[in-house]
Design a protein around this ligand. Structure first.
Ligand SMILES: Nc1ncnc2c1ncn2[C@@H]1O[C@H](COP(=O)(O)OP(=O)(O)O)[C@@H](O)[C@H]1O
Ligand SMILES: N[C@@H](CCOP(=O)(O)O)C(=O)O
Length: 318
């Protein structure tokens, strides 16, 4: 729905020469973004995506864009940032940071089958391995410290049974995060928001992961739990669909085998993945940002998922 900062073909024509993409031929705004102003641009060298960042600063952006550059160079399917002749990938446009990245072909797969889940699982494992030596470190900014801050802010808006669930789950997650099992979980840069709307498919062929702006360093299992909680469920109930879960986990394991600590941590981590998005959706629902123009996502969806994950044992990781 949003292009917050308009960019005309004239603006682009003046801005684009240092990128060696030839002349700008056309620009059209992408309506579906919610955070940034995104455009498809046609150049003499092909089609790209231009993003003008509305909230992230020049100081914050290198983690995300350099991570994408690092992953693309290692063959992980992600948009590759295009550098200018000075090798800069973040440049000011209308006073805001902006970047050009390669365009992923295809569309999002909003009704995934096991074949799609397998492709996502294998690419996610490949991404975790490829990001291991990424030199910039930033914690997951939506991790446990943020849950601690946010819980007391949203608690007053919840009915008694919701308050009880949130308090109990926070206590459970605090204990889990302090456990020896947790310490043994491999970690590194993760996407942390790999929902169906952040992956592109060209037919049944995965063409790439995008929207890295919640990425940070966290356990690899947390990333997988977030992904399973969106890709492998019945959206109306939050119940896991075992065929899709198996397809994703087996494909991931085939590229990056799980360890025993991860098996022990799997159910708590599925709960953590649900809690993280319950909290952010509660926050956005009850405390919307000024000038927020969007209908907030339903927090009840992740409350249902959390209750499901608490009540039912997780399928084996491997
Ligand atoms: N590299 C890309 N290749 C193809 N399409 C893209 C790319 N990046 C973004 N898009 C399109 O733009 C839309 C909005 O992008 P998104 O990153 O979700 O924006 P925002 O961060 O503003 O929410 C996506 O749904 C997708 O259709
Ligand atoms: N995936 C999150 C919201 C993050 O927004 P995105 O559209 O940029 O991925 C949710 O569903 O709560």
């Amino acid at each position: 729905m949003a292009v917050f900062t308009p960019v005309t073909l004239d603006d682009l024509t003046q801005w684009i020469p240092p990128f060696s993409l030839g002349k700008a031929l056309a620009i059209r705004g992408i309506s579906s973004g919610i955070e940034n102003s995104n455009f498809f641009i046609d150049t003499e060298r092909g089609e790209y995506v231009l993003t003008v960042f509305e909230n992230l600063s020049f100081e914050q952006l290198p983690f995300y864009l350099e991570l994408m550059r690092h992953l693309a160079r290692r063959g992980v399917l992600v948009p590759a940032p295009v550098a200018n002749q000075q090798d800069q990938i973040i440049n000011p446009l209308h006073g805001k940071p902006a970047a050009i990245v390669t365009k992923l072909e295809g569309d999002c797969q909003m009704a995934p089958a096991p074949v799609h889940c397998a492709a996502v699982g294998a690419m996610l494992a490949k991404m975790h391995l490829a990001a291991q030596d990424f030199p910039i470190r930033q914690p997951n900014l939506r991790g446990l410290p943020w849950w601690r801050e946010t819980t007391p802010v949203v608690l007053p808006y919840l009915p008694p049974d919701g308050q009880q669930l949130l308090r109990d789950e926070m206590a459970f997650q605090e204990a889990f995060a302090a456990s020896e099992t947790y310490r043994q979980l491999p970690n590194g840069p993760v996407h942390a928001d790999l929902f169906r709307n952040n992956v592109m498919f060209n037919g049944d062929q995965l063409s790439g992961f995008f929207d890295f702006y919640f990425a940070g360093c966290d356990t690899w299992l947390f990333d997988l739990a977030v992904t399973v909680n969106d890709w492998c469920i019945d959206l109306s109930t939050g119940q896991l669909d075992i065929a899709r879960v198996r397809a994703m986990l087996d494909a991931y394991h085939g590229v990056r085998p799980f360890n025993a600590a991860e098996e022990a941590a799997w159910q708590p981590m599925l709960r953590a993945g649900a809690l993280r998005f319950w909290l952010s959706r509660l926050y956005d629902f009850y405390l919307p940002r000024a000038a927020e123009m969007l209908t907030p996502h339903d927090p009840g969806h992740f409350e249902r998922i959390l209750r499901q994950r608490v009540a039912h044992p997780a399928p084996n990781l491997y």
